[in-house]
Design a protein around this ligand. Structure first.
Ligand SMILES: [Zn+2]
Length: 231
């Protein structure tokens, strides 16, 4: 157990010190007036939940939200890295790093995630989640942004538009604002993407398909391009 914990700590220090592919602690941003690619941007990807907190659960298959969040986030990480983005992951598997100090596991988890995003000087944060509602008829992805954040509203709209245009033609949902710890406590433009409802049979089945997960990630990348004015 101790050996295992050591490994995690070593891996995490490597992750923080930038030895793991695509992740750095110090910003090496390339500032250009008319960017033509995502090259050099630092984008934080936050796969919601994990470890002690598995999030919501699929109504029909019992799949855990934390698992699907990680899969979509990994697809997003790959696509962003392929586009030259420096990706900061708040977790890379089901292991969660808890911040030192006071609070519940959940509070320490969230505090560490926000610190990871801020310490890496991220330009954008995209938090990945799955939704659930009592009535199984409701489905479709929806983006969220922090109350009062104009930039967050634009990024949320651009991602929502890409999802509706390229993946979910019958989705009539609009981006919605609210108060979210990860969006409030991080310094960059931040959005939360609820990729679909695990209470809806179609969404639950689709979201477990690797191809659909890739497509969802592609829509998010498309939204990021639009937000940053990169064609
Ligand atoms: Zn969630």
């Amino acid at each position: 157990m101790r050996k295992f914990l050591c490994c995690i700590l070593i891996l995490y220090s490597l992750y923080l010190s930038g030895c793991v592919d695509g992740t750095v602690t110090t910003s090496t941003k390339i500032v250009v007036n008319s960017p033509s690619s995502l090259e050099g941007y630092v984008i934080a990807v936050d796969p919601g939940h994990g470890d002690r907190d598995q999030g919501t659960q699929g109504r029909h298959t019992g799949v855990f939200e934390a698992t699907l969040n990680m899969q979509v986030a990994a697809a997003l990480q790959k696509q962003l890295q392929d586009a030259g983005v420096i990706v900061v992951m708040t977790r890379v598997d089901d292991t969660v790093i808890y911040a030192q100090g006071e609070g519940t596991y959940k509070q320490r988890d969230m505090r560490q995630r926000a610190a990871t995003v801020n310490e890496n000087d991220s330009d954008l944060l995209i938090s990945i989640h799955m939704n659930f509602f009592d009535d199984g008829q409701y489905g479709g992805a929806q983006t969220f942004y922090q109350n009062g954040s104009e930039k967050g509203a634009k990024l949320a709209q651009d991602i929502q538009t890409a999802i509706v245009t390229s993946l979910q033609g019958d989705n009539t949902r609009k981006p919605q604002s609210g108060d979210f710890y990860m969006l409030r406590e991080t310094k960059c433009t931040a959005v939360l993407v609820e990729c679909g409802f695990l209470s809806n049979a179609t969404d639950e089945a689709n979201l477990q398909e690797a191809q659909y997960q890739d497509k969802m990630a592609q829509c998010i990348v498309e939204g990021v391009h639009t937000y940053l004015g990169i064609s």
